[in-house]
Design a protein around this ligand. Structure first.
Ligand SMILES: Cc1cn([C@H]2C[C@H](O)[C@@H](COP(=O)(O)OP(=O)(O)O[C@H]3O[C@H](C)C(=O)[C@H](O)[C@H]3O)O2)c(=O)[nH]c1=O
Length: 181
């Protein structure tokens, strides 16, 4: 598995080894031992999620202020611009964001540790987005930061206004957001 740095040291871009042959391909999309050996992380995932969205849908920026979730995200079909925002107030990269294009073709994955808000914009006609989380969904602790927060100034590759959920339309500004100690 290739492990690449991103603009934020703890956020890693991964590319599993793909074995292609006349039938198609095989890859280990997740291997606990490989992640420990190559990332030095002993990760326990408790939930697998799958969302399908049309082009122009933007989901996020979401996080759980308690029971923060680490996320290992990838695209099963299509292409997305995936964003993580550092909400750890004592981190050197507090308030910084990283964005990576994830595609089913390229098999890229992004490891986003607990302490980050997460969201993505769908760039293909549709996208099946699947991810593992290190803690359970806890709606009572879920918080949303506005995708278009002027202070974060995330450079989304938008061609039109995104399609948002009502929750995401009413996200907090970063300046007013609850952050991690
Ligand atoms: C996240 C989640 C949602 N749900 C239910 C709650 C709602 O009735 C429905 C849709 O939830 P929501 O609109 O919050 O889904 P997304 O906008 O895709 O939320 C996700 O978007 C960003 C990209 C994330 O990183 C988070 O995992 C998550 O917040 O699924 C569950 O039952 N379990 C869950 O783990």
């Amino acid at each position: 598995m290739q492990v690449m740095d991103t603009a934020i040291p703890e956020v890693k871009l991964l590319k599993p080894r793909v074995f292609g042959d006349a039938r198609g391909f095989f890859m280990e999309s997740y291997n606990k031992r490989t992640l420990k050996a190559q990332l030095g992380l002993d990760l326990e995932f408790v939930q697998d999620n799958h969302s399908r969205s049309m082009q122009g849908v933007l989901r996020g920026l979401h996080y759980q202020i308690q029971q923060p979730q680490g996320k290992l995200v990838r695209v099963l079909s299509g292409k997305v611009f995936d964003v993580a925002v550092d909400l750890r107030q004592h981190a050197a990269s507090f308030g910084q964001w990283v964005g990576e294009v994830l595609t089913a073709e390229g098999q890229e994955q992004l490891w986003i540790p607990p302490g980050f808000a997460h969201g993505f914009l769908v760039l293909s006609e549709t996208a099946d987005f699947i991810y593992k989380t290190t803690d359970y969904y806890a709606p009572e602790f879920e918080r949303t930061v506005r995708w278009d927060d002027p202070q974060l100034a995330i450079d989304w590759p938008l061609t039109n206004a995104p399609q948002l959920s009502e929750k995401d339309r009413q996200g907090r500004l970063f300046a007013d957001a609850e952050v991690y100690p």
